[in-house]
Design a protein around this ligand. Structure first.
Ligand SMILES: Nc1nc2c(c(=O)[nH]1)N[C@H]1C(S)=C(S)[C@@H](COP(=O)(O)OP(=O)(O)OC[C@H]3O[C@@H](n4cnc5c(=O)[nH]c(N)nc54)[C@H](O)[C@@H]3O)O[C@H]1N2
Ligand SMILES: Nc1nc2c(c(=O)[nH]1)N[C@H]1C(S)=C(S)[C@@H](COP(=O)(O)OP(=O)(O)OC[C@H]3O[C@@H](n4cnc5c(=O)[nH]c(N)nc54)[C@H](O)[C@@H]3O)O[C@H]1N2
Ligand SMILES: [Mo]
Length: 777
């Protein structure tokens, strides 16, 4: 290892002076120090722009600086003064760029001109927008409708997303996978069956009314840092915060508010979690079963003794179905199994269940540690079961809160980006626009990848994102992309997906949300929906990175105009001239969800879409909230669990990245500096495998198929994590995840639970370096 890398326990709170220093650092790195800090003052403000980082809720009465360290990094990254002009591509062939790391590609700066791949020189060469739109249309017209994929990454506005799904459907396909397919799709599949709503029921006001929070599988200090303000306020009111996470994430241990002068000058940090349970990876279903078992058995005893009930019997009787079957399943579950699978003791779970039983209102919050498992859908349903036991849905201070990822990923679904035809208002679209929308099911992320492998897919259009890197199984997938006929990438920054291209390939640069978007009717506003189903307006402040950029709506309209036959009911150019007209169209399509859309979307704090479950209206087939009995607690019945040498790997984010975009190699809160080629594991597992601190290893997937999946050149470090578990970084470890290793029903890749083996790396010639450093992720 080089001498500037180090793993050292981080003892400071999340936030605090470390945050202030990191914000200053990124502004300087991106050469935007002065105008950058002016722009930051508009972030997440009612008259400002919605942060392009996470999707956490934006309050009506924001702080003076309503942004966090990572939001500031995302802003600086977008408004960077570094640019990639056409000469950059004249200097570098794509074969050459393939040897660059993701960090090197993205930090070259903003894309500035529309480009087309030239096969003879293996370079992107400048083209005109008209040629690009005509070229794309020509290719798409020449193929079968279901051979094209229209991917969306989750950042594009409600306006763009609505236009994009309409483009795909008017062309003739429901192949509209989005990043949600790798993220909270387990939520979208689980909750409609249990509470009849695909999204959470909690609002910001509930944080002020709750008595207790159960927090599962989310790294809040890194991935939704602004939420730490709500957690801190709640703690000051004495709210219990009970966390289940294999790793002691700093933000969930303690927090110092960088916006509070007092806390910055004194060691005034707040302890966040009142109980911290280091559950085994994949052990949540067992842990929550333990909680439910305790509550049900305490209630049984209360009924025998004539004491006050522990469960909310009236709620269960009036609002739910399936309780008896569920209770019976929990009663027979053994503590041996619960303790073995969760690696938590009965005493620890009793302490957690005691707080749950005491609290009037409980919220459950969760992230990728729950959804990205083979049992991801069941995991979510167990959380819903837990809440239903005491009527903790649809009352103030209570509810379920899936913490969403991208800043508009939830909103994209709301306005029709989905491969599932039953979730899109096809009849309304037909009526409004006089065309016959496709009714067959489209491809999700995993199905699209399979389609590329099988040769069924011929074209990939990406509205943002870094699909080829975000997906699993790079060993298998990387070459397959080159067999496509057409790839179109609409992007702000260069990434590896743009290098894995088809025979005909376009790279189209767009405006980002922070930039001024000037159209025929003047400067435009757009809208996004946050994790609490609240819709906000957003307005750009920065000068566009180049005069040649088009807005995302203009690019979608450009493709639509070139591709689709004339339709008197859709005037794409009018929409581009005035986005308020797109909002009118959204309101016409979803009249109940977007009442007075144009009037309300810029209200301070935005407006809430109505969520029926939050009002105890259950939009399930039986009209009730349903308990669901888990069919197995075993995640990988079909994979080798045998042998103590098979460990479970979670692939997760560090503190200085946004998904596949890595800002720096540091992960401050986990004490990691200068490297991402590491695996964090328990010292007993290191001893068992005869590994010493810093040893170089090759990690390989313990699967039963014939494909060899491995990553070499990783260094192991002892860490406070349960035995049998390892942590590695996403996307560096994505090649270890088989494409078929995904959640049942939701098809979300099981990125948090990959069975792996480690072996010491073969000695290598030091001058060549290790096989790793993966310039190619
Ligand atoms: N700064 C920043 N913000 C982001 C992102 C980013 O990359 N950077 N990404 C955005 C996106 S798209 C998303 S989806 C979210 C992701 O935000 P998170 O949901 O926090 O995702 P991860 O970083 O993958 O972290 C998963 C957490 O789950 C824990 N975990 C892993 N396995 C298990 C398990 O089996 N059980 C339990 N209980 N816990 C487990 C890990 O220790 C870790 O704390 O953040 C969004 N916000
Ligand atoms: N192993 C493993 N794999 C995972 C995960 C994991 O935890 N572990 N997490 C999964 C999750 S939760 C998600 S959401 C996916 C993320 O998958 P994606 O959403 O596909 O990936 P991102 O890294 O967010 O995409 C970054 C790129 O988006 C482009 N971009 C940025 N801003 C804009 C914009 O305003 N407009 C346009 N058009 N383009 C823009 C830039 O070119 C940038 O390079 O990854 C998934 N993959
Ligand atoms: Mo995500």
């Amino acid at each position: 290892m080089s001498t500037d890398t180090a793993i050292k326990e981080y003892r400071n709170p999340a936030g605090g002076w470390g945050s202030v220093k990191a914000v200053a650092g990124i502004l300087i790195q991106e050469h935007v120090a002065l105008h950058g800090s002016a722009i930051l003052s508009h972030q997440n403000k009612p008259d400002g722009f919605a942060c392009v980082s996470c999707s956490w809720a934006k309050p009506a009465d924001p702080h003076l600086f309503e942004f966090c360290e990572n939001g500031a990094k995302a802003t600086a990254w977008e408004i960077t003064s570094k640019h990639i002009d056409p000469e950059f591509f004249a200097r570098h062939t794509l074969a050459e760029l393939e040897s660059w790391s993701g960090l090197e590609l993205e930090s070259s700066g903003r894309l500035t001109a529309p480009m087309r791949w030239d096969a003879v020189s293996d370079r992107y060469v400048q083209t005109s927008w008209d040629e690009a739109f005509a070229g794309i249309a020509k290719e798409l017209r020449a193929m079968d409708l279901d051979q094209a994929i229209f991917y969306a990454s989750g950042r594009a506005s409600l306006e763009t997303s609505y236009m994009y799904q309409l483009l795909a459907r008017m062309y003739g396909t429901n192949n509209l996978p989005d990043s949600s397919n790798m993220c909270h799709e387990s939520t979208s599949v689980a909750l409609p069956k249990t509470i009849g709503s695909p999204v959470g029921t909690v609002t910001l006001e509930d944080f002020e009314l709750t008595d207790c929070m159960f927090f599962f599988g989310h790294n809040t200090g890194t991935n939704a840092p602004r939420m730490l303000h709500q957690l801190q306020e709640a703690r000051k009111r004495g709210v219990q915060i009970i966390t289940f996470n294999p790793i002691k994430e700093r933000g969930l241990v303690s927090f110092a508010n960088p916006q509070s002068p007092l806390e910055m000058l004194t060691p005034g940090e707040t302890r966040i979690s009142t109980q911290y349970h280091q559950v085994k990876i994949g052990g949540d279903e067992a842990a929550v079963s333990g909680l439910c078992k305790l509550l049900i058995e305490w209630d049984d005893a209360a009924q025998r003794d004539g004491a006050a009930r522990v469960l909310d019997a009236a709620f269960i009787a009036e609002h739910t179905e399936g309780f008896e079957r569920f209770a019976a399943a929990m009663r027979v579950m053994t503590w041996t199994e619960i303790e073995m699978r969760s690696q938590l003791t009965r005493e620890a779970l009793t302490a957690a269940a005691t707080e749950y039983a005491k609290a009037r209102s409980v919220m459950v919050l969760y992230g990728m540690g729950i959804t990205q498992h083979r049992n991801g859908v069941q995991n979510v349903q167990m959380l819903s079961n837990l809440l239903l036991l005491r009527g903790n849905i649809g009352k103030p201070g209570a509810g379920i809160c899936p913490i969403r990822g991208h800043s508009n990923v939830q909103g994209q679904r709301t306005v029709g980006i989905t491969e599932k035809p039953e979730l899109a208002p096809l009849d309304t679209l037909k009526k409004l626009y006089g065309f016959e929308p496709p009714r067959n099911k489209g491809m999700s992320t995993v199905e699209a990848c399979q389609g590329v492998l099988d040769g069924k897919v011929k074209a990939f259009i990406g509205l943002g994102g870094n699909f080829q890197v975000a997906i699993p199984d790079h060993h298998v997938m990387d070459d397959a992309w080159r067999s496509l006929r057409l790839t179109v990438q609409i992007a702000t920054k260069l990434n590896r997906s743009h290098l894995l291209h088809g025979e005909v390939a376009y790279l189209l640069p767009c405006l980002g949300r922070i930039e001024v978007d000037e159209q025929a009717s003047g400067e435009q506003w757009v809208s996004v929906e946050d994790s609490t189903a609240c819709v906000h307006g957003s307005h750009g402040y920065a000068d566009p990175a180049s005069e040649q950029l088009l807005s995302e709506p203009a690019i979608v309209a450009g493709i639509a105009n070139a591709l689709l036959p004339h339709n008197p009911h859709v005037n794409w150019n009018e929409w581009v001239g005035d986005y308020a007209k797109v909002r009118d169209a959204i309101e016409q399509t979803y009249p109940e969800q977007f009442v007075d859309f144009n009037k309300r979307f810029c209200d301070p704090g935005g407006f809430h879409r109505p969520i029926p479950a939050a009002e105890r209206k259950w939009k399930t087939p039986n009209g009730k909230a349903n308990f669901v009995v888990p069919d197995t607690l075993d995640e990988d019945a079909d994979m080798p669990s045998g042998g103590p040498d098979v460990l479970r790997l979670m692939t997760t984010r560090g503190d200085s990245q946004f998904n596949t975009t890595v800002y720096t190699l540091d992960d401050r809160f986990r004490g990691v500096r200068g490297t991402r080629d590491i695996l964090l594991m328990h010292r007993d597992d290191m001893a068992m495998l005869e590994l010493a601190e810093g040893d170089e290893v090759c990690v390989s997937t313990a699967s039963n198929d014939d494909v060899v999946r491995e990553v070499d050149g990783m260094h192991v470090h002892a860490f406070d994590i349960p035995t049998g578990c390892i942590m590695g970084y996403y996307p560096e470890c994505n090649r270890l995840i088989p494409l078929w290793h995904h959640a049942k029903d939701s098809l979300v890749p099981a990125s948090k639970s990959v069975p792996v083996r480690l072996r010491k790396s073969a000695p290598v010639d030091v001058r060549k370096g290790s096989a790793n450093s993966r310039g190619n992720t």
